[in-house]
Design a protein around this ligand. Structure first.
Ligand code: SF4
Ligand code: SF4
Length: 136
C-alpha cells in the first residue's frame, strides 16, 4: 500500500509530465504496418474464387458476379472481427487490411457496403441478419 507522502509526490509529479492520452479526434494515432483495420477490396484483381467467403469466420463478406469477369464484394463491417483471414486466403491480393480504425456509425446500415470496380456505396437492400442463437 502506498503511503500518503508517496501519493502526494506522484500527484505533484504528474503536473510536469506529458499526458499519456492524446486529444483524439484532433490528433490521430498512426497505426503500425500490420494493423488490421477496415477491409479494402480491389475488384480489378478478384477472380471470384470465393476463398475469402469460405474462410471468413463471421460470414462478413460475400462475393457476387456482376458481369463477365466482374465481381463485387459485399462487406459487412458490423459483422467483421478484423481477423484478416480473408486477406490471407486471397491469392490475388484483392483484399487488404487498411489502417482505418474509425468505423463507428450511428446508422448500422451504413456499415454494409458494396464494393466493385465503380467504387464503394452503401447496400440498398439490407442483408439478412445472422440466425438467432439457440436458447440456453
Ligand atoms: S477480416 Fe475476418 S471477419 Fe472480417 S471479412 Fe475478413 S475474414 Fe471475415
Ligand atoms: S479470395 Fe480474393 S480473388 Fe477469391 S473471391 Fe475473394 S477477393 Fe476474390
Amino acid at each position: 500500500m502506498k503511503r500518503p507522502g508517496m501519493m502526494i509526490r506522484e500527484v505533484l509529479g504528474s503536473f510536469t509530465k506529458k499526458p499519456v492520452t492524446i486529444t483524439y479526434p484532433a490528433l490521430k494515432v498512426q497505426m503500425p504496418d500490420k494493423f488490421r483495420g477496415k477491409i479494402v477490396y480491389h475488384a480489378h484483381r478478384c477472380i471470384g474464387c470465393m476463398l475469402c467467403v469460405r474462410d471468413c469466420p463471421s460470414e462478413a463478406i460475400a462475393i457476387n458476379k456482376i458481369g463477365e469477369k466482374r465481381w463485387e464484394a459485399i462487406i459487412m463491417m458490423d459483422r467483421c472481427v478484423y481477423c484478416g483471414q480473408c486477406v490471407d486466403s486471397c491469392n490475388k491480393d484483392a483484399l487488404e487490411s487498411s489502417k482505418d480504425y474509425e468505423l463507428a456509425a450511428l446508422d448500422k446500415s451504413t456499415l454494409t457496403v458494396d464494393v466493385n470496380i465503380d467504387g464503394p456505396y452503401p447496400v440498398a437492400v439490407p442483408v439478412a441478419d445472422p440466425p438467432a442463437a439457440d436458447p440456453v
